[in-house]
Write a protein that binds this ligand. Structure first.
Ligand code: NDP
Length: 487
């Protein structure tokens, strides 16, 4: 792998920063340092803001059809470079190539294409009031700040910038320091597609960079993907200048398997909801409630298929379907949760250990792990683990399982497997969650708004409503008669 230094991307190109404050990025499958990144200092961030303000001036006056053409070109370039970009995602995150090559870049491009196509049809309203009338304009907010998590680096950068840029805003984006390359590559592509300089700047660094820009008065909106704790801090910091916020935060989502479900399909869903991207997915259905009458069959097939079909290995190997966790620290955290599960009386029926596949002796892998005999009040059922750890519980009564499913401070996702059409919709209507699936898990097309209830977030990404959330409404009242007043 190449050894190079990744710089901040400002005003259409990479700029030299302070190399003394650079940090390493490691390939999670081997622990090897693959490149260094220059942390943005205060001067660099101010430069990013100045350039974004200039970019905004130009971009916000560009007709929406023209913005759409440019963004469509960016989506095309993303697809053309899919394999190269997918490889970077694998190297930064440790996720399997077979996922990255199919999902990460494509779903990012989908969102850019979707919002590009929507942009020209955003219209204001007009209404008569007697002989007078008023009309509304949906104007962009200004310079927005996107903060990314490390699990889907390029997809998160695409999803945030797609709506922001389509609506005519500029965006400064800070990727996670663990996965900084995807957003920089996206910036290169935007520039090549014709997005004016400064409209999408990427600043690199840790929470310090995030804090500085969140609090800066020239930033109009902050959109964060991250943990609940970070969300609270960012929202509090944004309050100082009354910025708008979008918060895409964590979850502890329930997946309910009813007695009339297709058990084989439900096992597929539960495995997807826990082992995809080695469990590092915000919407994971980590609390699996299985009806007692199908429990034995469900568990038998779950363990059998996990043993037979999960391939842990070098992530770039096309056969690997469970990769490495993001860092050694995160691997230790996941293992600590597994220990806590055992201590609190959950029955470990599969996995539970760190593993080192051949050629990845220093990598951060954890086996797919299945706990049975769980209770909703155990730590592993209450806290987000963000690793391949599934907790299975049983139930007999519909009302009771609904109560338990909602007994969490999170509210990101929920799902049911059942062939009873009325039950499916009745139960889903009661779920306190923003993203729900019936006989499916994980699908998130650009057309579908996604976001959380309760502590899982505020606002949405994707879907029509998100475009409007990157605008502010201006009402314009027009007097047609000579103005009369009491003075
Ligand atoms: P973190 O909350 O640790 O970090 C998210 C981003 O916020 C990083 O870029 C981080 O910088 C930055 N950051 C940290 N502190 C601050 C601060 N005080 N001010 C501004 N920025 C700050 O999340 P992870 O990266 O660990 O990602 C995992 C989390 O993300 C999980 O909880 C997961 O559920 C959630 N997530 C939610 C999604 C959703 O759509 N709802 C989707 C994907 C993930 P740095 O790390 O570089 O220091």
């Amino acid at each position: 792998m190449t050894n190079f230094s990744l710089k901040n991307f400002i005003d259409g190109h990479y700029v030299n920063g302070d190399e003394s404050r650079s940090f390493d990025v490691r390939y999670p499958a081997t622990g090897e340092v693959i490149y260094r990144v220059e942390q943005a200092g205060e001067a660099m961030m101010l430069q990013a803001i100045k350039s974004a303000k200039q970019g905004f001036e130009k971009w916000s006056k560009t007709p929406a059809v023209e913005r759409a053409r440019i963004l469509q070109k960016a989506a095309r370039l993303l697809r053309e470079r899919n394999d190269e970009l997918a490889k970077y995602e694998v190297q930064d995150t440790g996720k399997p190539w077979q996922e990255a090559v199919e999902v990460d870049v494509q779903t990012g491009a989908d969102s850019i294409e979707y919002f590009a196509n929507l942009a020209p049809s955003m219209m204001g309203a007009q209404q008569p009031v007697g002989d007078d009338f008023f009309y509304t304009r949906h104007e962009p907010l200004g310079v927005c700040f996107g903060i990314g998590a490390w699990n889907y680096p390029i997809q998160i950068a695409c999803w945030k910038s797609a709506a922001a840029l389509a609506a005519g805003n500029a965006m400064i984006f800070k990727p996670s320091e663990e996965t900084p390359r995807g957003a920089a590559k996206l910036a290169e592509i935007f520039t090549e597609a014709g997005v004016p300089d400064g409209v999408f700047n990427v600043v690199q660094g840790d929470a310090e960079v995030g804090r500085f820009l969140t609090a800066h008065p020239d930033i109009a909106k902050v959109s964060l993907t991250g943990e609940v704790g970070t969300g609270k801090k960012v929202m509090a910091a944004a309050a100082g200048t009354l910025k708008q916020v979008t918060m895409e935060l964590g979850g502890k989502s329930p997946l309910i398997v009813f007695d009339d479900a297709d058990v084989e399909e439900a096992v597929t869903g539960a495995m997807m909801a826990n082992f995809y991207t080695q469990g590092e997915v915000c919407t994971n259905g980590t609390r699996v409630f299985v009806h007692e009458s199908v429990y034995d069959r469900f568990m038998e097939r779950l363990v059998e298929r996990t043993r037979k079909n999960i391939v842990i290995g070098e992530p770039m190997d096309a056969k690997t379907n469970l990769g490495a966790l993001i860092s050694e620290k995160h691997q230790q955290l996941v293992l600590e949760y597994i220990e806590k599960g055992k201590q609190e009386g959950a029955k470990l029926v599969y996995g539970g250990n760190a593993v080192t596949p051949e050629g990845c002796e220093n990598g951060y892998f954890v086996e797919p792990t299945i706990f049975a005999d769980c209770h909703n009040d155990m730590t592993i059922c209450r806290e987000e683990i963000f690793g391949p750890v599934m907790s299975v519980m049983t139930f007999t009564d519909e009302d009771e399982v609904v109560r338990q499913a909602n007994d969490t401070e999170y509210g990101l996702a929920a799902g049911v497997f059942t062939n009873d059409i009325r039950r499916a919709h009745r139960v889903i209507a009661q779920m306190q969650a923003g993203i729900c699936w019936i006989n499916a898990w994980g699908n998130s097309p650009a057309e579908m708004p996604v976001g959380g209830y309760k502590l899982s977030g505020i606002g949405r990404e994707n879907g029509v409503e998100t475009l409007k959330s990157y605008t502010q409404t201006k009402s314009v009242y027009v007097g047609m008669e000579t103005l009369q007043g009491p003075f």
